[in-house]
Design a protein around this ligand. Structure first.
Ligand code: ADP
Length: 474
């Protein structure tokens, strides 16, 4: 029998949560995630509202919403989606009562969450205070310590001089990883293995961070050798109830960025899974986490796990969790924002059981033969793989779509679900082979190599997987 976890904080149930239906949701985002949220709204009978930049005038996400409004006229492509006053204005002028931030853009900006609330609207996500605390690496680590969750040994705050860097390395030993304090998305990291290289590496990493993120401050952490990246999906309601929806393995990374995600994590010992899910729930209860969120961990070969960060938002790879649990995370987010509690939604920990294995491949318009450089142009031909157990989440996957250089290169997320990892990989492989894409290059040949790799099929994964298999690039 499985360990049953269902955490109810002290004041759960005692406080009556007011239920207030949402009639209209604006998505402050673009692309596939905007469409993902519109679909959930439509299914719930809620009006969906899009915003779009000038560059996205012809983009699909605009057409998938009930209404759409231009923002950021005259602004560069990304800034349109970061324009808080204009987004709030669109909400006010068009009878919107809730805002979903998607991922990226404003999704982890507490000032945005606050601006939404100050405008009398509901923010579909955690409270601004939680968004702020979880986005601040130092505060998040303190919260983890308080909640009794193990963290990677690291500096207490950002480090700016090579002397401080050297001192940390002497005290904690090598290897270490330098991380840009203001970086993210897997960028701005550097591993150091030799004491004589610490100072120079720090200088270089810090000036790169300054150039890329406008600030050279760095965090230093012990580098965990051969880690697996395992993250726990959570849902929390306004009454203080928290459940987990099991975990995902996101170890298949290229340059610290996720490429293939799997749920649940293959070959994860049950006791370790229970410890990690329990730690994630404990942390969420401790900080008063509401709505959907993810706690990320690294696991080492000896079965130790370390908290790395909380993503206080929906993630790109939420789909694989939906497939194995049968729970629509975006609908759940909206219901929770309306004031429904987890028991009212029927989500008790016992009711949430994983079924089979789901794999997500991020099909990008990047050319594996040319160092994954983004490829742009017109999709002359587009036919997708389909069939039982295959799900596609996309925004530009159709013949005639223009792939622009302005935004990220995600073309379509392909998700396969089957009874076990091998069957799921076989389904994914078959579906990816059905794709016919002409006009832009994609990473499908690379993904097929991953799916055919014996280690992958056996679920023997760590974050070195891609780097250690140069044959994947052929
Ligand atoms: P970001 O916020 O930029 O996404 P994360 O802290 O989430 O960065 O780390 C992204 C990836 O970098 C992890 O999944 C892991 O592969 C690697 N990484 C981060 N910290 C460490 C560490 N201390 N030891 C080993 N690998 C790490």
């Amino acid at each position: 029998p499985r360990v049953r976890l269902y955490f109810v904080s002290k004041n759960a149930y005692s406080s009556q949560v007011e239920y207030k239906p949402i009639r209209s949701v604006l998505v402050a985002n673009r692309g596939e995630i905007a469409i993902r949220v519109f679909r959930a709204c439509t299914e719930l009978g809620i009006k969906s509202v899009a915003v779009y930049s000038e560059q996205d005038k012809m983009h699909m996400h605009r057409q998938k919403a009930d209404e759409s409004y231009l923002v950021g006229k005259g602004l560069p492509p990304v800034e349109a989606y970061l324009n808080i006053p204009e987004i709030i204005r669109v909400c006010k002028e068009n009878d919107v009562d809730a805002v979903h931030p998607g991922y990226g853009f404003l999704s982890e900006r507490s000032d945005f969450a606050q601006a939404v609330i100050d405008a009398g609207l509901r923010f579909i996500g955690p409270s601004p205070k939680v968004v702020q605390n979880m986005g601040d690496k130092v505060a998040a680590r303190v919260a983890a310590i308080e909640a009794g969750v193990p963290i990677v040994p690291g500096t207490d705050g950002p480090v700016t001089t090579k002397e401080e860097a050297l001192e940390f390395c002497k005290m904690h030993g090598l290897p270490v990883i330098f991380k840009a304090a203001y970086g993210g998305g897997g960028r701005g990291m550097r591993v150091v293995r030799k004491m004589e290289e610490v100072e120079e590496s720090f200088q270089r990493a810090s000036s790169e961070a300054k150039a890329a993120f406008g600030n050279g401050a760095m965090f230093i952490e012990k580098f965990i050798e051969r880690p697996r990246h395992i993250e726990v999906q959570l849902l929390g309601d306004k009454a203080g109830n928290v459940v987990h929806l099991y975990e995902r393995d996101c170890s298949v990374q290229r340059r610290h960025q996720k490429v293939v995600e799997i749920a649940p994590a293959p070959r994860l010992p049950i006791e370790l899974r229970d410890k990690m899910t329990e730690a994630a729930v404990r942390l969420a209860c401790h900080v008063g986490y509401e709505n959907a969120g993810t706690v990320e961990f690294l696991c080492d070969e000896s079965g130790n796990f370390y908290f790395i960060e909380v993503n206080a938002r929906l993630q790109v790879e939420h789909t694989v969790t939906e497939e194995i649990t049968g729970i629509d995370l975006v609908q759940s987010q909206i219901r929770i924002a309306e004031g429904m509690t987890l028991p009212e939604l029927g989500y008790t920990q016992e009711n949430i059981q994983p079924r089979g294995y789901a794999i997500q491949c991020r099909v990008t318009t990047e050319d594996p033969a040319n160092d994954f450089q983004p490829n742009t142009g017109r999709l002359e031909v587009f036919r997708s793989g389909e069939g039982m157990g295959i799900r596609l989440d996309s925004a530009s996957a159709y013949a005639g779509a223009i792939i622009s250089p302005y935004y990220d290169s995600l073309l379509v997320k392909v998700i396969a679900h089957a009874g076990d990892l091998q069957s799921s990989a076989a389904k994914m492989n078959r579906a990816l082979r059905e794709f016919r894409i002409r006009g832009v290059k994609t990473n499908i040949p690379f993904l097929l190599n991953v799916l055919e790799n014996q280690k992958f099929l056996n679920g023997v994964l760590d974050t070195y997987f891609i780097d250690e298999h140069p044959q994947l690039f052929k």
